[in-house]
Design a protein around this ligand. Sequence first.
Ligand code: PLP
Length: 389
Amino acid sequence: MNDKNKGLATRCIHAGEIKDAHGSPHTPVYTSTTFKFDSTADLLDVVDGKKPGSLYTRYGLNPTLFSLEEKLAALEGAEAAWAFSSGMAAEAALFFAHGRKGVVCIGDAYGGTMEFLASQLPELGIPTHFLLGSELDGLKTFLETGASLVFFETPTNPTLEVLDIRKISDAAHEYGALVAVDNTFASPVNQNPLALGADFVVHSATKYLGGHSDITAGALMGPKELLAPVWNWRKNLGAMIAPETASLLARSLRTLVVRVERQNATAQIVAEAMAGHPGVARVFYPGLADFPGHAVAKSQMHGFGGMLTLEVKGAYEDAVRMVDKLRLFAIAPSLGGVESLVTMPVTTTHHGLAPDERARRGISDTMVRLSIGLEDAADLIADLGQALG
Ligand code: PLP
């Protein structure tokens, strides 16, 4: 069942599920690394792509993987989706396939993405360029040099800057460049970049899609024609998700909507409570009416997400003391799980940046990033209150 007219919650549960001979309501886990054929002719049909079929798991030709990918595509309203062993594996395959003439990265991105773009791709002779979200006028210059891929996250980490997907996609397409949006922070419940003009959506499925901090996975969604050149990169980098993980991810996706809607609601309550707290200098959350990205977020998001950042009053030491006093929020560098997590960008995601570069990007030493889980809002607010003292 992959009916595009059905609601997202329905697609999350039913899309891609295959029925087995025993009546299992969900796709079984096929752990097989290889699949048998009745004849050489049958095998060749699949090898040559004349017939769909299972062949070899690392290639992605496995029923559990087909089932997951149909569900992933349905979530983003994409023609197709490919699953990966991690979000970085999905990004790497995308950059190799479509970014070889140059990648422009706009705004802040995950530290691993930044390292890959800033150090590793240039080592291979692939040009990469960086623009702040406030420097969009400079995009044209890089596109004129022939850059083939524009990549960005929105909302960004950790300042929750909201970038206008439609505007950037239109600008990139004028020069024939493709656009990929990392939709990890928003999740498909809150934002669908393909509907706003992007060509690809990439996810660290380790976060909201997995949702329980117990699987590492990635996904890339887009039109079949544009995904086709990514195929050999995924296959030969060995970046395929394991069937066991694929099954866990499909399990998690069935509850994606209820989890994220609850996380949205709790994050809004926590953000509003923290905005009035005397120990907090500033709250970064797209759902706050006075947040600079609020208007664009309202126009392109269905919900404002479960991520927010506080700027604690005082110095770095005060922020560290506050984080160390938290009891419900666990200090851990990830997001999107059922349990609330806390990190300081200066000690984790942006630790490797020089202080003046952090300052240029608006990242201060007193920023505390919260990933809101499924606990009661009152308990989270009480925990933040006691820690802020
Ligand atoms: N994109 C974003 C926004 C992330 O936060 C992360 C990881 O934290 C990644 C991509 C990379 O994902 P993974 O850890 O699954 O490789």
